[in-house]
Design a protein around this ligand. Sequence first.
Ligand code: HEC
Length: 109
Amino acid sequence: MLNLISLFLFSTFIFAADQATLNKGRRLYFSNCISCHNRDPNLRGAIGPEIVDAPLEVITAKVMTGKYPHILPDDFIPKRKTKLMRPITKLKNDIPAIYVWVQSMKKKR
Ligand code: HEC
């Protein structure tokens, strides 16, 4: 039941994402992330893994600290055990836009 509620809230969140936010998220992803991650966030990149499975909490921790959160969200398994990513703290206020764009690209598996 709780899962259904979060799914509902999550879809509302995604549908509420307007085109301007999606464009901004895409632009910031392309200018800051694809030196390591794939242009398609469903696929592994040259250095970094695919990022579509990372919840907002994880993408926020990675971008702000370079690290995974100390307590991982339920059902989330980090793709790597390496600690290569560096923080990009100037993106602090833009992480939700990047996240929304990444999720809008997610392929159903
Ligand atoms: C210098 C290369 C580099 C850049 C630039 C980079 N990352 Fe990463 N990222 C990595 C690597 C490598 C990992 C795997 C864990 C580690 O070693 O830190 C990772 C892991 C992640 C993860 C965790 C994925 C998972 O499911 O385990 C997320 C989310 C993420 N990066 C998001 C981003 C975003 C968003 C940006 C751009 C704002 C970005 N990264 C920029 C290298 C990078």
